[in-house]
Design a protein around this ligand. Structure first.
Ligand code: FPP
Length: 245
C-alpha cells in the first residue's frame, strides 16, 4: 500500500507577501452541473471564505481577490443582481466574523455605482477591521486596472493644475501613492484558475513583476491544497526583476 508523503510546509521566507487571485470559473462549474450560473457564484463565494481563512492561517500578509470587474456590468442584469445580492449577504453574515477574525478587509475599485446599502456595509466592514494586524484582504469590486490608472492620472493632473505639484515631481513613487493599493507590497504571485490565460485588467500597474500560476481547477473546486501547489510552484521561480541572478 502506498501513502502519499505529507509535503513539508514552505518556510515563511519562501511565501509570497501578497497574493492576487482571479476567481474564475464559477459559471462553467455551474453549467457542468446544469445549474444556474448564480449557484456557481454562491459556491465561489464559499471558496473565497475558505481560501481567505487559509491565507490568514499560513501567514500571508496580503490577499487581493477579483470579485467584480468594471467589465462585469456587461453580464445579463439577472447575473449582476445576483452577484450584488451575494455580496450583500456576505457582508451582512460576516459582520461578527469581521469582529473576531484578525483580517483587515478593504475594498478596491469604484464603489460609487453600488447601492447605498452595499456602500454602507462596505464602510462598516472597513471600519470594524481597520485596526486588525493579520491578513490584509483587498476585495476588488467594480475594479479595473485601466480605471485605476485613469483615476490616478486625473488626480495628479488636478494637483498640477492647482499648483500643488509640478510635472517634474511625477515619478513611479509618486504615482504609486495614488493607487488603491498604496502602501501595500505589489503582488508577488497571481493565481488564475479555470484554464484561462489572461490578466483581464487585474492590478495592471502592480503586477509588473508578479509571478503567474494558472490552473485548470474551476474556482468553486479550488482547495487549500491547490493554493499549496501554487505556492510550491512560486517557490521554485527565479525572480530577477529585470536583473541577472
Ligand atoms: C468569474 O467567473 C467570477 C466572477 C465574475 C465573480 C466572482 C465572484 C465570486 C467568486 C463571489 C465572491 C463573492 C464575494 C462575496 C466577495 P465566471 O462567472 O466568469 O465563470 P465562467 O468564466 O466559468 O463563466
Amino acid at each position: 500500500m502506498f501513502f502519499r508523503r505529507k509535503q513539508k510546509p514552505l518556510p515563511p521566507d519562501a511565501l509570497p507577501a501578497h497574493i492576487g487571485i482571479i476567481m474564475d470559473g464559477n459559471g462553467r462549474w455551474a453549467e457542468k452541473r446544469s445549474l444556474p450560473r448564480q449557484v456557481g457564484h454562491r459556491y465561489g463565494a464559499r471558496t473565497f471564505r475558505k481560501i481567505t481563512k487559509y491565507c490568514e492561517k499560513i501567514g500571508i500578509k496580503c490577499l487581493t481577490v477579483y470579485a467584480f470587474s468594471t467589465e462585469n456590468w456587461k453580464r445579463p442584469q439577472s447575473e449582476v443582481d445576483s452577484l450584488m445580492a451575494l455580496l450583500k449577504e456576505y457582508l451582512e453574515e460576516s459582520l461578527s466574523d469581521f469582529k473576531s477574525e484578525n483580517i483587515k478587509t478593504r475594498f478596491i475599485g469604484d464603489i460609487s455605482p453600488l447601492s447605498p446599502e452595499i456602500r454602507e456595509l462596505i464602510k462598516k466592514a472597513e471600519e470594524l477591521t481597520k485596526d486588525k494586524t493579520g491578513l490584509c484582504l483587498n476585495i476588488a469590486l467594480n475594479y479595473g486596472g485601466r480605471e485605476e490608472l485613469t483615476r490616478v492620472a486625473r488626480s495628479i493632473a488636478k494637483e498640477v493644475a492647482e499648483g500643488r505639484l509640478s510635472p517634474e515631481d511625477i515619478g513611479e513613487e509618486l504615482l504609486q501613492k495614488y493607487l488603491y493599493t498604496a502602501g501595500q507590497p505589489d503582488p508577488d504571485l497571481i493565481i488564475r484558475p479555470s484554464g484561462e490565460y489572461r490578466t483581464s485588467n487585474f492590478l495592471l500597474w502592480q503586477s509588473a513583476y508578479s509571478e503567474y500560476v494558472f490552473t485548470d481547477v474551476l474556482w468553486p473546486d479550488f482547495k487549500p491544497a491547490d493554493l499549496d501547489k501554487a505556492l510550491r510552484e512560486y517557490a521554485k521561480r527565479n525572480r530577477r526583476f529585470g536583473g541577472v541572478k
